[in-house]
Design a binder for this molecule. Sequence first.
Ligand SMILES: Cc1ncc(COP(=O)(O)O)c(C=O)c1O
Length: 552
Amino acid sequence: MDSHAVTYALYGVGAAALIGSLAGLKARLELSKAKHRSLAGHARISRRLASFIPFYEYDEHRFFCADGAPEEIATRRRAAFARLAALYRTRYPETARLTAEATEAISDLQFTERYRVPFQFSRMVREHLPTGAFLQSSAGVTVTDLDGNVFYDLTGSYGVNLFGYDFYKDCIRRAEERARALGPVLGAYHPVIAANVRRLREISGLDEVSFHMSGTEAVMQAVRLARYHTRRSHLVRLCGAYHGWWGDVQPGIGNPVPAHETYTLKDMSEATLGVLRRRNNIACVLVNPLQALHPNASAPGDSGLIDSSRRSHCDRRAYAAWLEQLREVCTERRIVLIFDEVFVAFRLARGGAQEYFGVEADLVTYGKTLGGGLPVGVVCGRKDLMRRFRDDRPADICFARGTFNSHPYVMAAMDEFLTRLEEPPVRALYGDLDRVWSDRAAQLNAWLEAAGLPVRVACLSSIWTVLYTRPSRYNWMLQYYLRAAGLALSWIGTGRLIFSLNYTDADFAAVADRFVQAAAEMERDGWWWCDPATTDKAIKRGVLKEIFTHRF
Ligand SMILES: Cc1ncc(COP(=O)(O)O)c(C=O)c1O
């Protein structure tokens, strides 16, 4: 080869490399544009930032005036806090005693206790307003603690409790009777499974079913199947969505291992569709339809309630239109569309989110309430996607097992659940579901507004979240007033209220009345005092300043 030929060859290689790197750059830029601007949209940065934030807490003085409230307001808050602490001490002694004892050795409890409120306030709150972790019974829409206090249940047992605790007690009792003869035999199936499969196929509109032990496992299996059949590596989850605690669906804070094969992209965004259209490595898109209530935002726990910027509003039509677009692109690009309905299935409609939003998925995961009160995870899917082996490559399989999959008692409880789902009283509940719950939310909002309180609620059917309309650092206190008013919340506090569908108008009116009274008391106690010049942005800036000061 002469020297010209070598030069041309080098130019050629250089040009190809340049084109390649420009194309790579374009793809990276496109991916960046499809990330939500919030920290929830940036897993790696949020993990780094989390390791940067130092622990600090407010002393007794600052606890009551972290927002710069004048002494008169701080004094009012201090007196209210002492009164509430005395009430908690006298009203919940046995529940609090056993909780304190158990917390010593139950890591889960240590975690939830610590993260009920922003960490700067946490210790004082834990010491003086201990939240009981124990209950002795449930009935109707209430639960009773170890001291005999009866609460309206707004926890919904993480969403499991859809039809009321008595409904599930009945499912479990009947299931135990029916599965007793076989007992806990595993591997072989109880015949009741056949009926479950038939009904699940009808409800999901999909061909095949697999049983698992939790929602997390169902999601793991759905994603594994998608990767196996598409031979592609990456899964796309939408910003803020929870899909259980498996590492690949939980990149960022909470997971010590980076999830290298997960893209977290913007919900309801054209940029996300662009990435799906152009990348060749995407196996599946996971959708948690609950995000329709707060697209791109994470689960609204009160520990993150450092100001009043929590926003939430469900636009059903807009979300349905988005899902339709997603459906089209997934079909076009042979990307597997997975609806993770572990939380919302049966709650939004009998046919779940697919029916509610009018969009069909390729795989659907179920769990929670479907077990009739017992633990379960289910994947329903298209025949070609559910297959775990290839006819032409006998060693190339997609493995999935689980000791307790298809446990006879769980399967019988599921059958009870699905049987009741077909009965007229339950079918009737679905007729007017959305209207009933949005009317109730509107009614509570009207009462809150009439009382001049800076609190509102937003809902996706029976799943609610509490919003705050005045800039404040103390919104998280509301959960302690609500508890004192006899309303039980889960450990994420006012971020999530979950109603069961057996709430009558009278039950709801009682809850709404207590809610308004509790908020009014909190207002009187000065927690929502606000410097007229303050904004949520200013509050955030103030907290950031504290963090930097403590860090350096
Ligand atoms: C949408 C969704 N997917 C998966 C899971 C995980 O289910 P489990 O807690 O049964 O593992 C949850 C739990 O809250 C969920 O809400």
